[in-house]
Design a protein around this ligand. Structure first.
Ligand code: ME8
Length: 530
């Protein structure tokens, strides 16, 4: 590893196990996977964590509805998430379940520490509880929404509880100062402004426990020294980011570099979690990146509409167009900024054809074909390297790196796509297929085809974290095997291709897709256990 090796710790939300994974879960985990792959390639010491959040009321309710015990249902769905992420090729280093002892014992220890320091105290709480979201909403929010959930529209419940409270109010100034002096802490800016607006209306202390009811099963994490209260599921869940790496070998990864989440859970991550960390004397994460929502063909995805893009649908797309094609669509067209993104089949095909089949796929095959034909499958000798191309490739690689460091993966990929467009324009302008007819133009032809091949090789390096299978294939066809010790920077530097290196044509990386073909349908399988 290079000397400037840095720790890179990326997390996803841990997902509720009341139901199966869908595209939203896959999407956030894919973003994390892409960042993790990039940082591994950069030579960083990467830790990528995902997992499941299991002690929620809605998990217990879903289990009861199916006549299963809480843990039976949690096991089924946690395995479904684990299996899905494996199938989709995500490279998480660990998968945490909040029902595991390694998590539970550490949550108790952290809560104990907060009780000892006086940051957690016992008091009374009366409020409006949103059971569908497992959270209390403020009186204002309840009133504005006619006492229905602002997210799902389901009726709110008035609850009075004796609770353990966390002194959130105590950390308001410290949090504001942190947000102010770390402009990249909450991203994108639109989300930061929302959070700031809400903090400025004042932070109240928050309940962090729930009374244990007479019929409750034995699940959750008890408040230390009080088995009549359990740790509120949200507090239990947030701690996963710390409990999983709170071991002698993994502690070096704290603080997390990036917590990837969607807008629904921003407040917990951008306000409550940092304040808990401040109370514990822990460093704060580098960034909370909150993306927006996938919707489907213009409509919100919901259980009642039954229109979730579920794993079988993702699998159908992967089977029809390849895993990388689906990754590319999600990564480039997904809801990275502050607006929702529509999953539309027509858009999938358009993006696939424009950037993959007619983009890097076509450029690579055109150039490999010409090298095969005019230079016997061997990389031609450019003589001197072309400063203009060197500069352009370096500029695109630098832009790519800057965007990916800001978690703007869609923008980073656009830099790679732009490099390929430049190759296309260059081929059209210089028309190497015409020069090939003139023996006196051999040197020029060699230079042009070298520049094309080398620019394509570098674009493939930039695409690699997003399109691992196809770009590994393309790079090996262009004599660029990735060996131990290679880093993103060395691989993306001009001059990697050497005269004489073999260039293999191979089959099309991305077959052109028929725009009129219907959307792939999931295979009919026996009803899942749900
Ligand atoms: O909130 N579009 O779990 P959850 C994009 N357990 N992303 C989506 C999405 C959509 N339509 N729907 C869901 C929880 N997601 C808690 C988190 S973390 C300490 C505890 C993704 O199963 C997105 O990442 O409801 C969102 O934040 C997450 O799934 C919510 O998953």
């Amino acid at each position: 590893m290079p000397n400037d090796t840095q720790s890179f710790y990326v997390t996803t939300p841990i997902y509720y196990v009341n139901d199966r994974p869908h595209i939203g879960h896959a999407y956030t985990t894919l973003l994390a996977d892409t960042l993790a792959r990039f940082h591994r390639l950069r030579g960083d010491d990467v830790f990528f964590l995902t997992g499941t959040d299991e002690h929620a009321d809605k998990v217990a309710t879903a289990a009861k509805e199916r006549g299963k015990s809480f843990i039976e249902w949690a096991d089924i769905n946690a395995n479904a998430f684990k299996g899905a992420f494996e199938e989709l090729g995500y490279t998480n280093d660990d998968f945490v379940r909040t029902t595991e002892d390694r998590h539970k014992t550490k949550v108790s220890a952290f809560i104990k520490k907060l009780m000892d320091s006086g940051d957690v105290y016992l008091g009374d709480y009366v409020g409006w509880y949103d059971t569908s979201q497992e959270e209390y909403v403020t009186e204002n929010v309840a009133r504005e929404n006619d006492y229905n959930s602002p997210v799902t529209g389901k009726p709110l419940e008035k609850r009075t509880e004796q609770n353990y409270f966390f002194k959130l109010s105590k950390y308001e100034d410290q949090l504001l100062a942190h947000i102010d002096s770390n402009p990249g802490f909450i991203r994108p800016d639109a989300r930061k402004n929302e959070v700031l607006g809400r903090i400025k209306t004042g932070l109240n202390d928050i309940p962090i426990s729930r009374a244990v009811g007479p019929d409750d099963d034995d699940w959750g994490i008890y408040i230390p020294g009080d088995d009549t209260h359990r740790v509120y599921v949200w507090i239990d869940a947030l701690f996963n980011y710390l409990t999983t790496i709170d071991t002698p070998n993994r502690r070096k990864h704290w603080p997390a570099s990036v917590h990837l989440i969607a807008k629904d859970i921003l407040w917990f991550h951008a306000v409550i979690w940092p304040c808990l960390l401040m109370a514990l004397g822990e460093d704060l994460p580098g960034c909370v990146y909150s993306h927006s929502y996938w919707i489907r063909e213009g409509r919100k995805m919901s259980k009642s509409l039954g229109n979730f893009i579920d794993l079988p649908t993702i699998r159908a797309y992967n089977d029809a167009y390849g895993n990388d094609a689906m990754r590319y669509y999600l990564l480039t067209q997904g809801p990275m900024g502050a607006t929702d993104a529509d999953f539309a089949h027509a858009k999938f095909i358009e993006t696939y054809n424009a950037d993959l089949a007619n983009g890097i796929g076509n450029a690579a095959s055109r150039v490999a074909n010409m090298i095969a034909k005019y230079f016997d499958d061997a990389c031609p000798d450019p003589g001197e390297h072309c400063p203009k191309w060197q500069e352009s490739a370096a500029k695109h690689a630098a832009e790519y790196t800057r965007h990916i460091n800001d978690c703007e993966i869609h923008r980073a990929l656009a830099s790679a796509t732009e490099l390929i467009r430049e190759v296309d324009r260059y081929i059209n302008e210089t028309a190497p297929f015409k020069l090939a007819k003139d023996e006196t133009k051999r040197t020029e032809l060699a230079q042009i085809l070298y520049n094309c091949a080398e620019a394509i090789r570098i674009a493939a390096v930039l695409y690699l974290p997003a399109l691992p299978a196809t770009m590994t294939d393309l790079l090996s066809r262009f004599s660029c095997e990735i060996n131990k010790g290679d880093t993103f920077d060395s691989l993306a530097t001009w001059g990697g291709l050497k005269p004489g290196d073999s260039i293999v044509k191979g089959d099309a990386l991305f077959m052109r897709a028929d725009a009129d073909a219907p959307a792939p349908e999931p295979a009919q399988t026996a009803a899942a256990d749900s």
